[in-house]
Design a protein around this ligand. Structure first.
Ligand SMILES: *Cc1c(COP(=O)(O)O)cnc(C)c1O
Length: 244
């Protein structure tokens, strides 16, 4: 019988091929994009299967789950090093749980949250418990859908300087989610994110290299539009999710 690891490995090969083709269309190389395997719907065993299939970066949208899976994995001493990113809505009372654990927080969606993360991180840095500022991305609601969280593009423009001055965080780029089931709307969202990033780089005089965009249904479009981090859940882990 085929193991879950074999299945994930076969899916990974197919995903890599699609990534490579999409990137080639934009004149880009596969090493320009990091795949975050979004493990929010699976358990630690499935994460281990994914590690065996070659994934090294995982994403969780709930702090408790991120902590639980990292703790589970720390009990194995024969696994390669992996990283966990926080990709979902972060409440201020859960910030401390992810500090020092999440390698990158993708979902800083307001000035208030940025300030809260920064002040808690700075306290930990001062206490010698954290090596340096927390790596973050700013989540932007580019498509303007009411159901989506994050800064509006104008809010980012208005608060960018202030965000860059927060000593406990280090802003590496932008993140967004596209409307579901509409490739053209997705493309507009991703190119809008890239243009906003380009504009901020000029106005701030600072590089913002990372663009976290693209999920199971739209990662190829995202790669054509400049994504540097794709967040893939179902296409990685769900055997019933169509591979093409
Ligand atoms: C669940 C989730 C994903 C992955 O979604 P899929 O469509 O399963 O690939 C990506 N980003 C965020 C923020 C998520 O919550």
């Amino acid at each position: 019988m085929e193991s879950y690891t074999d299945l994930i490995a076969q899916r990974r090969a197919a995903i890599d091929e699609r990534l490579e083709r999409a990137l080639a269309r934009a004149g880009r190389r596969i090493d320009e994009v990091t795949v975050v395997a979004v493990s929010k719907t699976v358990g630690t065993d499935e994460v281990i299967a994914a590690i065996q299939a070659g994934y090294r970066v995982f994403g969780e949208n709930r702090p408790q789950e991120l902590v639980r899976k990292m703790t589970d994995l720390s009990r194995y001493d024969d696994l390669p090093a992996v990283r966990f990113d926080m990709i979902g809505n972060l409440q201020t009372n859960k910030i401390n749980a992810v500090l020092g654990r999440a390698a990158l927080i993708h979902s800083i969606g307001s000035l208030h949250l940025a300030q809260a993360v920064s002040s808690r991180a700075q306290r930990r840095i001062d206490a010698g418990e954290l090596e340096g500022p927390v790596n973050v991305l700013l989540e932007v609601n580019v498509s303007g859908e009411e159901s989506k969280s994050g800064f509006s593009p104008d809010e980012v423009r208005r608060t960018a300087e202030e965000l860059m001055e927060l000593s406990g965080i280090s802003v590496h780029g932008l993140m967004t989610m596209a409307p579901r089931g509409d490739k053209d709307a997705a493309r507009k969202t991703f190119s809008g994110l890239r243009k906003l990033r380009d504009e901020l780089e000029v106005s701030l005089g600072k590089r913002l290299p990372e663009l976290s965009c693209g999920m199971s249904e739209d990662f190829e479009v995202a790669c054509e539009e400049g994504s540097t981090i794709v967040r893939l859940g179902r296409v990685v882990f769900d055997p019933s999710f169509a591979l093409q």
